[in-house]
Design a protein around this ligand. Sequence first.
Ligand SMILES: *[C@@H]1O[C@H](CO)[C@@H](O)[C@H](O)[C@H]1NC(C)=O
Ligand SMILES: *[C@@H]1O[C@H](CO)[C@@H](O)[C@H](O)[C@H]1NC(C)=O
Length: 197
Amino acid sequence: MAKLQMKPMLLGVALLAVACMSIVALILSLANYQRVEVPYSTQYGIVFDAGSTHTALFLYQWPGNKENNTGVVSQNLMCDVKGDGISSYVTNPAGAGESLRECLDVALAAVPKKKQKTTPVYLGATAGMRLLSLQNQTQANIIIAEVSKFIQSYPFDFRGATIISGTEEGAYGWITINYLLEDFIKTYRICCCKLKC
Ligand SMILES: *[C@@H]1O[C@H](CO)[C@@H](O)[C@H](O)[C@H]1NC(C)=O
Ligand SMILES: *[C@@H]1O[C@H](CO)[C@@H](O)[C@H](O)[C@H]1NC(C)=O
């Protein structure tokens, strides 16, 4: 009798031991996973340079989570938006947003799915939009609203579309990239496409 009762007890102990070992293994593998994943997690950022005659998308990437966020930001890809600058869409403001589709799709394909939500997107408009806003502020606002709405239909982290001033434009790449990445990589030294570094 006693022997028969021992068996289920032993089985219970054995099961408990297996369960404990599984949990320990799981914790170890999670810890290991994080140790591997965190230091090399690449971050991405997108900038639209909306000029007078045409718009271009720039995708940047940098190694995230490194010590003190020191590392190199590199341009991953550039995409030329077909057609004229966004300020030319006065009679068809929705078309300004739509014109960005092809390049946004290219960026979407280039950024890993799990990084899309944390990828900031910023649009900086220059001379063409500046001139339009002087001629008719309403029209300029409508175009900005349309491109904003369109970019927001993508899973990225939309940070804003603004008309930047003439003085800012001189150092455009530097300013917008820093603005874009400010929260992420304050201490990065950034060399942008438009500057001779
Ligand atoms: C990171 O910052 C700390 C404190 O500011 C400093 O002691 C350390 O040397 C820095 N590490 C690197 C790799 O720059
Ligand atoms: C500015 O544009 C809006 C929208 O197209 C139009 O209704 C308005 O009359 C324009 N204003 C001027 C001063 O041209």
